[in-house]
Design a protein around this ligand. Structure first.
Ligand code: IMP
Length: 185
């Protein structure tokens, strides 16, 4: 029977792993890191992208795996950049996003965690609502310096994001399921 620690997080993004490790550690799950760039399908759905990545990651490791796909969905831009967040960050970056948003600054940060162990595949999501800031605030990675969660005046880059992030919520659901799943196999 696998131990609670027998799950790998597969990603090329070390920032993400540090967050995943810290969040799951608080939830009493030890996760190992496998640094790999997984192929990403073109899809408007974070679920489809994450599911596909998880299936691929399992074929690489033959051990239970989790992967995560995240995106920033800006209301005024009809959900852009959403599933294209990585490409958009690498091209126009936070300055580019600040130039695009004119009046309605509402946005949602979403995370989908996909688990696969060769038999079972499951997805867990987490969303936080907030606003795009008017300027870059703080020095976190990705869109953290321009996303102000509801109820705060600070960006994710200036907050203890691991206790309130979209990733925290998706991993909390995963951890609840994984802990009970492990007890029943
Ligand atoms: P990915 O496709 O899940 O790796 O994420 C898409 C892009 O969104 C990343 O390249 C980051 O720029 C950004 N991103 C994802 N999650 C976060 C986060 O928690 N904070 C800041 N930016 C993030």
């Amino acid at each position: 029977m696998p131990e609670l620690s027998d799950v790998y997080f597969v990603s090329s993004n070390h920032h993400k792993f540090q967050e995943v490790h810290s969040i799951l550690d608080r939830l009493h799950i030890t996760v190992r890191y496998n640094k790999a760039t997984l192929p990403e399908i073109q899809s408007a759905s974070l679920y489809d992208i994450a599911r596909h990545k998880a299936a691929h990651a399992y074929t690489l490791l033959s051990s239970p795996v989790i992967v995560e796909d995240a995106g920033l969905f800006i209301d005024e831009l009809n959900g852009f950049p959403g599933p294209y967040s990585s490409f958009v960050f690498d091209t126009i970056g936070n300055e580019g996003i600040l130039n695009l948003v004119k009046s309605d600054r509402s946005a949602t940060f979403s995370s989908v965690v996909a688990y696969s162990d060769g038999h079972t595949q499951k997805c867990f999501s987490g969303n936080i609502h907030g606003m795009i800031s008017k300027e870059i605030m703080g020095t976190g990675w990705g869109y953290d310096p321009i996303f102000v969660p509801d109820g705060s005046d600070s960006t994710l880059a200036q907050l203890d994001k691991d206790s309130l992030s979209h990733r925290h919520l998706s991993l909390e659901s995963f951890a609840a399921w994984f802990t009970s799943h492990q007890r029943t196999i």
